[in-house]
Design a protein around this ligand. Structure first.
Ligand SMILES: Nc1ncnc2c1ncn2[C@@H]1O[C@H](COP(=O)(O)OP(=O)(O)OP(=O)(O)O)[C@@H](O)[C@H]1O
Ligand SMILES: [Mg+2]
Length: 393
């Protein structure tokens, strides 16, 4: 009987003790890769052999069966050290491990000594824990903090600079003082808006898993936004062309303030990127299927769904569609638009430099409402943003 058979026999025996074939099957189907490693000779590296590998481990390490040498499956020195610690030091070990391939994954490897085999071989257990997601989240959090600090520091640096100037050579220059104070007010305003948006984003994320409960009319929501934006549109000569059903026709279950933010951000972006004297189209469509919301509308346009709801079939949606005739967005930027702080470089947005948080907020809100968000654009011709949200039937 080979060493491998001995230990598998042990496992099987243990399973039988517990009243059935369950135990071996459980280990085999554990989603985490699990190995049992045996060794006799501490000095012979090739002597560490994998005498058991469950399905997840066999797939990850691409090993056929038992008896394979450990170093041929995992070369990472820190992992081998951890294994030795358990085999020969009879102590728990731990190591980080990155598996390459098409998809890089980060693993935490834990090793534990196992009771010696009857033939005197030393045994150790090796369990792999997938930490790819938590690593990614950590990195995103770090990026987010770095971005947020950078965005706040820029206007702050400008404020500090102007304070210096006002204390110094501009002290007695009334005209310059007036001008600088104007710039300072704008920078302070920008910082305040950034903080508002950040707080709004974290609030939305906190309750993203709690279904909204209010009743909202998308038409009334859009009319509120249009009222607020009319003066800015007039200043720029932009015509706001609204095609809306009657009040009461576009009822949804939702959070009023949040849906207002969605309409506000999409229409505000459309206006911001509309050329002076252009036309911005705002449309609300009721009783639509999801397919209708994402159907192509521009000849030669690039399209992307930034968010799609889970569909059981037969759902009806209220669509909010904002169509502008501005610079549009190139294909390579589309997937990143709803990332926090992402702005297309070198794009003219008039005077109103945004924070790059608007679409991130929109996406989280729509997600909470179980809706979808799609973009379509032709560079140089404009962009269409389509939000669709479950209609109250
Ligand atoms: N209608 C549009 N046409 C062209 N580009 C757009 C349009 N809407 C958004 N974008 C691009 O997407 C980026 C992200 O938009 P988002 O609304 O998140 O940020 P913002 O408008 O820059 O700032 P904020 O909305 O926080 O004031 C914008 O900076 C812009 O580059
Ligand atoms: Mg915006």
């Amino acid at each position: 009987m080979s060493l491998a058979e001995t230990s598998l026999a042990q496992i099987a025996a243990a399973a039988a003790d517990r009243g059935g074939p369950g135990f071996a099957a459980v280990v085999e189907s554990l989603p985490d890769p699990v190995l049992v490693i045996s060794a006799r000779d501490a000095l012979d590296l090739a002597d560490r052999r994998i005498i058991f590998a469950n399905l997840a481990a066999r797939e990850l390490l691409r090993i056929q069966g038992e008896g394979v040498s450990l170093v041929s499956a995992i070369r990472h020195p820190r992992v081998l050290e951890a294994v030795d610690e358990s085999l020969f030091g009879r102590m728990p070990g731990e190591a980080a491990y990155e598996s390459g391939g098409a998809q890089e994954r980060f693993w935490r490897i834990l090793t534990r000594p196992l009771p010696e085999a009857p033939d005197g071989a030393l045994l150790a257990l090796l369990v792999m824990r997938d930490e790819t997601d938590s690593r990614r989240n950590e990195r995103m959090r770090a990026d987010f903090l770095a971005n947020a600090s950078h965005e706040l520091r820029t206007p702050l640096a400008s404020l500090t600079g102007f304070i210096e100037t006002l204390r110094g050579h501009a002290k007695d220059d009334a005209a310059a003082r007036e001008r600088f104070l104007g710039v300072m007010a704008a920078q302070a305003h920008r910082m305040a808006r950034l903080i508002d948006d950040l707080m709004s984003l974290s609030r939305i994320e906190l309750n993203e898993h709690i279904a909204p409960e209010g009743r909202v009319d998308m038409v009334v929501t859009v009319l509120d936004v249009l009222d607020a934006l009319t003066p800015i549109a007039a200043e720029r000569g932009v015509t706001l062309q609204a095609k809306l059903p009657p009040r009461g026709a576009a009822m949804m279950v939702g959070d009023r303030d949040q849906l207002l933010q969605v309409a506000q951000n999409l229409i505000d972006n459309g206006l911001k990127y509309s050329p002076n004297d252009g036309v911005l189209e705002i449309e609300v469509i009721t009783d639509a299927a999801a397919d209708a919301a994402i159907a192509p509308r521009m000849a030669g346009g690039v399209r992307l769904s930034l968010l799609s709801p889970d569909l059981a079939g037969g759902e009806r949606f209220v669509i909010l569609r904002v169509t502008d005739h501005g610079p549009g967005i190139a294909r390579e930027h589309l997937p990143r638009l709803s990332e926090r702080f992402y702005r297309v470089q070198g794009q003219k947005s008039g005077e109103r430099l945004g924070t790059g948080l608007g679409l991130a907020i929109v996406k989280h809100i729509i997600n909470r409402h179980r809706g979808g968000l799609a973009i379509e654009s032709v560079e140089g011709q404009g962009a269409i943003f389509t939000a669709y949200l479950p209609q109250l039937s």
